[in-house]
Design a protein around this ligand. Structure first.
Ligand code: ADP
Ligand code: MG
Length: 231
């Protein structure tokens, strides 16, 4: 695989449950994520979007097919390999998943401290910098309870990007936001991705996001039914 591909997914199948209740969730999924690209994965609820994202994110084991991530084959990879790869990724979820007892800065520092041996002061400086990039320098000392939904999600964006991940995986990050906050969060992801050369895979069923995408993949019933290139 060329260095240009962050992920190369070939013939991916996935099942949940076993025996009587075993159910196939993904069918022969093929996709590539090009370095620096912004890919949107669409599809109705239950179509398999989160399953794809969590497989690429090394959050569940690949059962069948091939999934190469950052030149590593995930099928048959050890837990240690998966842990090491996860550290090179940034995650953003629908709920911001901030720690309520930590300030914005401390939450973003968690994104730096997934890497061992980063000094407290270095992490803090990186966190301040990232909060500045998402326009929240003046909220650095705030607890999540004192931030708006859009601001919390911007903190989550800062946390996901602070360690300059090779790939950012975002699962419906704008679902809980109003129109303006949603647009702001997506623009931010897009801008920071472009500035840092980060690759982004964003799962959504929010049509407002589509014009930001280089490529739009549509999943239906566990199958990729459409690939649209915008770039
Ligand atoms: P989406 O994110 O597009 O809404 P998911 O990837 O969450 O879809 O789910 C795809 C299918 O797999 C659905 O039918 C869902 O019910 C099923 N599924 C997802 N996660 C699990 C699980 N942990 N156990 C059993 N079935 C699951
Ligand atoms: Mg989902």
């Amino acid at each position: 695989m060329t260095q240009d591909l962050i992920a190369n997914v070939r013939g991916l199948n996935h099942w949940f449950g076993s025996g009587e209740v075993k159910k196939q969730a993904l069918f022969d999924v093929n996709l590539t994520l090009k370095r620096g690209s912004f890919t949107v994965l669409m599809g109705p609820s239950g179509s398999g979007k989160t399953t794809v994202l969590t497989l690429i994110g090394c959050l569940r084991a690949v059962q069948d097919g091939s999934l190469q991530l950052l030149q590593n084959e995930l099928r048959g990879a050890s837990e240690a390999q998966l842990v090491a790869l996860r550290r090179r990724l940034g995650f953003i979820f629908q709920a911001h998943n901030l720690h309520e007892s930590l300030t914005a800065t401390q939450n973003v520092m968690m994104g730096v401290q997934v890497h061992e041996g980063v000094a407290e002061q270095t992490a803090k400086a990186a966190a301040f910098h990232a909060l500045g990039l998402v326009g929240l320098a003046d909220r650095a000392g705030y607890l999540p309870a004192n931030l708006s939904g859009g601001q919390k999600q911007r903190v989550a964006v800062a946390r996901a990007l602070v360690a300059s991940p090779a790939l950012v995986l975002a699962d419906e990050p704008t679902a809980a936001l109003d129109k303006d906050s949603a647009a702001e969060v997506v623009d931010l992801l897009k801008r920071m991705g472009t500035a840092r050369g980060t690759t982004t895979l964003l799962v959504t069923h929010d049509n407002r996001i589509l014009d930001r995408a280089d490529r739009i993949l549509t999943l239906e019933d566990g199958r990729i039914v459409k690939v649209e290139d915008r770039a």
